[in-house]
Design a protein around this ligand. Structure first.
Ligand SMILES: [Zn+2]
Length: 284
């Protein structure tokens, strides 16, 4: 659950995880179709063809900074489309603190995008009010992503998410709206990877000649490396998201860039036939 990229350490803190129940996200990834992609089993899927997925935050430590990338679902939230995601009461903050990252020691929060499972712990409920969970952090939101969801009326869930997990941060004066290409510190920068959401960002790590990429939701599961066209039901532009996977994975394939997903275990992208595979070791 901890990986090194040069001087940078990335630690995964899991909020929820499991296998199966993913039909609502990736309807084409049926158990039969998943079982045909043999390299997924057992690491990324069960023998029965159920996808293993998690909702997690990534703590990125550089020599100078302590950054949380994506903040999961959060406790006590309401108005979520998936029933289980309402009024959650998980020990996420306890786990984060146990791992050595007490919330008040975090100096930066970075959201790859502003969907329900990436902004939840931006805030916590205190005496009936949503207050910043990380009071000493600057929260970085992509300006394009923020502008898209600010005032968005078409989706009740997204309105609730914005109101309880994004707006309170802006109201508290802790938000910085960043360009899609933004240098966070010496080792960390953002790159635009739109498709899943209009202003989606991925996070690049470069240190001592080593490279990593935090994908966010460019792919929800490695099965989308084998089937680039298996777009998620949550993609705002399914065709664009498929194209983004083709372009990005094409650039990463065969390199030593360590790829860490927003919902699956990390690895290296390699070519496999007309598409790609996620390998535990870098290769061609
Ligand atoms: Zn997500």
């Amino acid at each position: 659950m901890k990986w090194k990229i040069g001087d940078v350490t990335v630690t995964k803190i899991v909020e929820l995880e499991g296998a199966g129940g993913t039909k609502f996200i990736l309807p084409q990834a049926t158990p039969d179709a998943v079982r045909e992609i043999d390299w997924l089993i057992p690491r990324f899927a069960t023998e029965a063809g159920k996808l293993r997925m998690s909702i997690h935050a990534l703590v990125v430590e550089t020599p100078a900074r302590r950054i949380v990338v994506d903040t999961c679902l959060g406790n006590d939230k309401e108005g979520r489309h998936i029933p289980l995601w309402n009024k959650l009461n998980t020990p996420f903050l306890f786990k984060l603190t146990e791992a050595g990252f007490a919330p008040d020691t975090i100096d930066t929060v970075l959201c790859t995008h502003l969907h329900v499972d990436h902004v939840g712990w931006n805030t916590k409920l205190v005496a009936g009010r949503w207050v910043p969970t990380f009071p000493n952090a600057r929260y970085l939101f992509g300006k394009n992503e923020y502008d898209f969801w600010n005032g968005y009326e078409e989706n009740e869930e997204q309105k609730a998410v914005f109101a309880d997990s994004v707006k309170p941060i802006v109201d508290a004066g802790l938000a910085d709206l960043i360009a899609d290409e933004h240098q966070v510190c010496d080792e960390i920068s953002t790159i635009p990877t739109p498709g899943h959401s209009p202003g989606h960002l991925s996070i690049r790590i470069r240190s001592r000649g080593e490279e990593g990429l935090l994908l966010g939701d460019v792919a929800h599961h490695p099965c989308q490396m084998a089937h680039l066209e298996w777009s998620s039901t949550f993609d705002s532009d399914p065709e664009k998201s498929a194209k983004m996977r083709e372009i990005l994975f094409g650039k990463l394939a065969g390199t030593k860039t360590f790829v860490i997903g927003g919902h699956f275990d990390p690895g290296y992208i390699v070519r496999e036939g007309n598409a790609f595979r996620l390998s535990e070791t870098p290769g061609k």
